[in-house]
Design a protein around this ligand. Structure first.
Ligand code: SF4
Ligand code: SF4
Length: 705
């Protein structure tokens, strides 16, 4: 696991009147317990992984409370888990990364929203939108609209986030509807504090069990026709008005008054902090939140409450709606609402702000300047203009400086077991030509950058083999699909392998069996090595202890199946070439086995430092380059891309080409030696054993040598 949450787990025990300090996403974990949640599940993904990680690590404490925790195998299973709240007064919460996770969960969510819930349900979405986002840039809002599920977007501060979790359950129960709460990256990682309450005993729990299913069979609770027709009407005729009543009566949305009340700003709660920074830059707000422009902050972005909008806009001549992303769902709904009520305030939004992309403080300063310039030109906003000019000049200067630096694309960790596989593929491509490569979501997607530049499509988690289905029959060369073990269990097994077998497909599938869902923080999988097989001193093939992936593939009928140690580049290249060229028909699967180096080093480093502090002998392997032998052609670097294999000035004054060198971070994975051998590179690499606290024998050998 990426992090130990010992301190955070202690914070879960805080009671009435104590103070929680920490990040937004961790405040959610405490708020769930304060809300009497009965069960928690989810699928990891930034920026909400920590929620589930903490819950999983706190299992002992949660067992005491009777709260069930489930590390689900996909977002679909997490969404389906919420089915427990349809028939029982059990509050449930699940989490995943959106938009991708919501796509995966969509089927179960539709049915859940149709049936409605008895116990409150909360779906915590990591809204990975904007700068730093790593998935397709879409909004979860669309899912809320199509299924009529409510969507919270709390102001990014801990008290508001916590209140929205607690109120979210109540809203869900008051309107029999699942509630989603979107948290952007900045909201998840915002630091702060809030005053805690005692954790609430769940109404139903592993310690307060149900006697059985409901005595009376209630057909209406099944999302199945003809019940679905009534449920569709209930959504708009009963649940929606109930939700609006609850939101209004409990003041979930907030109005911040200002003396320039001829205009106003309606903002998604999640953008509030950026807006305050922008207003402060323009000289229209202080750093503590006092604003000159009235603001309506929507902590609930769906449904909107018409009375609140009308009340806010009725006496104003102009309103600016700040809504990130496209299309402008909120702005359109506000326009309809105001028009129907014959409110004459002029409506602005996407006419002064950009349609696609994050609303940074800079973007808001620009948009606000246009809006204010049109409607209250007497305001002095020159400080904003000067700030924008300063930002421009810094950007220009940085651009000039960066222009002279070499690009540094993101890459695999030092010693990553996936790197050698791509080295082998690169070598084989020289012989058999470049195939079509379908990439997948996971660390291996780093191979799309230099020096490998592999990958023609990327269509979702576990979807690589499925996305090659149409390419294979039309190609003279076998297509290759790359998949991690995380992706394999998430979706690849059924969407890819089963479909390929059903259709008697061909092609090559490389499964990176590194042991964990590494890209999201090394969460465990069904095929993760058992604890006892993770001895830090063990070799790099610790993952071989479990053969679930191979067993599953064999059971499904995969005939051509090889497991290869990733670091054996020559063997990997030979196996891959055979897969690409064998006349045998059918799916060829290579299980590339090697434990995630990041996870391995997390275990190894504390062990080594303990041994050193105890004066014990330690040995580590490091590779190096003999600078006299290095030819300076850098083919080793083009074949590896390891950040610790780099260049330095040539010490020979008669040669100008820089030589290759291995710097300190080398973890001795062995790829340098393997590549030199497999690609018949110059013989400049050497393997060194670095011994600390040497024993007598080591000293003797050292003297002799
Ligand atoms: S996290 Fe693990 S699998 Fe991912 S790049 Fe790093 S070493 Fe490789
Ligand atoms: S042996 Fe080579 S590839 Fe492996 S960590 Fe060291 S420098 Fe990097």
């Amino acid at each position: 696991m990426e992090r130990q949450f010992t301190k955070e787990i202690e914070s879960l025990r805080l009671g009435d009147g104590e103070t929680f300090h920490g990040e937004g996403i961790l405040a959610v974990t405490k708020a769930l317990l304060q809300s009497g949640v009965s069960y928690v599940g989810g699928y990891q993904g930034a920026p909400v992984s920590h929620l589930l990680d903490v819950m999983v690590q706190a299992r002992d404490y949660l067992d005491d409370l009777g709260v069930h925790v489930e590390a689900c195998t996909s977002e679909a299973s997490a969404a389906a888990m919420l089915g427990a709240s349809i028939n029982y007064p059990a509050r449930g919460a699940v989490t995943w990364k959106s938009i991708v996770g919501t796509n995966v969960a969509a089927d179960a969510l539709s049915y859940l929203a149709s049936a409605g819930v008895m116990g409150g349900t909360l779906i915590v979405l990591g809204e990975d939108y904007g700068e730093g986002g790593v998935v397709a840039q879409e909004r979860s809002h669309a899912f809320a609209l199509k299924s009529l599920m409510w969507l919270l977007d709390p102001r990014p501060n801990l008290p508001t986030i916590v209140e929205m979790v607690e109120r979210g359950f109540e809203l869900s129960e008051a309107s029999s509807t699942p509630v989603m709460m979107e948290l952007r990256i900045r909201a998840c990682h915002v630091k702060g504090s809030f005053i805690t309450k005692n954790n609430e005993q769940p109404a139903v729990s592993t310690r307060k069990k149900l006697d059985g299913p409901p005595e009376e069979f209630v057909y209406e609770r099944l999302a199945h026709p003809p019940a679905t027709f009534r449920q569709e009407k209930l959504k708009s005729d009963v649940r929606l008005p109930a939700a609006r009543k609850f939101i209004r009566e409990n003041r979930l949305n907030e109005v911040f008054p200002g003396n320039e009340d001829s205009i106003g700003i309606i903002v998604q709660g999640g953008l509030y902090n950026g807006l305050m920074l922008a207003l402060n830059t323009l000289g229209l707000a202080d750093p503590f939140g006092a604003t000159r422009i009235p603001i309506l902050a929507l902590n609930v972005v769906y449904p909107l409450v018409p009375e609140e909008l009308i009340e806010f806009a009725r006496t104003k001549k102009a309103i600016l709606v700040l809504e990130e992303g496209q299309p402008e769902f909120i702005e359109q709904e506000i326009a309809t609402c105001l028009r129907r009520a014959d409110v004459q305030a002029k409506l602005h939004g996407k006419d002064v702000m950009h349609m696609a992309g994050e609303y940074t403080a800079e973007a808001m300063v620009r948009g606000l300047s246009k809006f204010l310039g049109q409607h209250i030109p007497h305001l002095d906003t020159s400080s904003g203009f000067s700030w924008l000019q300063h930002v421009e000049s810094v950007r220009k200067c940085a651009g000039e400086l960066l222009g002279t630096l070499p690009q540094r694309p993101p890459t695999f960790c030092i010693g990553c077991p996936e790197r050698p596989v791509f080295s082998a593929m690169k070598l084989v491509a020289q012989e058999v030509g470049r195939p079509h490569v379908s990439m997948d979501v996971g660390c291996h997607a780093f191979a799309s950058f230099e020096p490998f530049s592999q990958g023609n499509t990327l269509l979702g988690y576990g979807m690589s083999l499925a996305s090659a289905a149409g390419v294979g029959p039309m190609s003279s060369k076998r297509p290759v699909a790359i998949m991690g073990d995380g992706g394999f269990w998430h979706n690849g097994l059924l969407s890819g392998v089963a479909s390929n077998l059903l259709n008697r497909g061909d092609g090559v599938l490389v499964i990176m069996k590194n042991g964990y869902a590494s890209a999201t923080g090394t969460q465990e999988l069904i095929s993760s090595p058992p604890e006892e097989a993770r001895d830090a001193a063990a070799g790099q093939s610790a993952v071989h202890a479990d053969r679930t992936i191979e067993g599953t593939l064999e059971g499904m009928g995969v005939k051509w199946l090889r497991t290869v140690n990733n670091y054996r580049v020559g063997e990997m290249a030979k196996t891959y070439k055979e897969a690409m060229t064998t006349p045998e028909k059918g799916l060829k699967v290579i299980v590339a086995e090697g434990e995630c180096q990041l996870e391995r080093q997390r275990r190894l480093r504390p062990l080594v430092s303990r041994q050193l502090s105890e004066g014990k002998r330690t040995l580590r392997v490091k590779y190096g380059v003999d600078e006299d032998t290095c030819t300076g052609d850098h083919s080793c670097i083009r074949l590896s891309g390891c950040p610790t294999l780099t260049i330095k000035d040539n010490p020979d004054p008669l040669r100008t080409d820089p030589v290759a060198t291995v710097i300190d971070g080398c973890v001795g994975c062995g790829l340098c030696g393997e590549n030199a051998h497999a690609a018949v590179l110059c013989p400049s690499f050497y393997r060194a054993e670095v011994i600390q606290n040497p024993n007598l024998w080591d000293r003797l050998v050292s003297k002799i040598l």
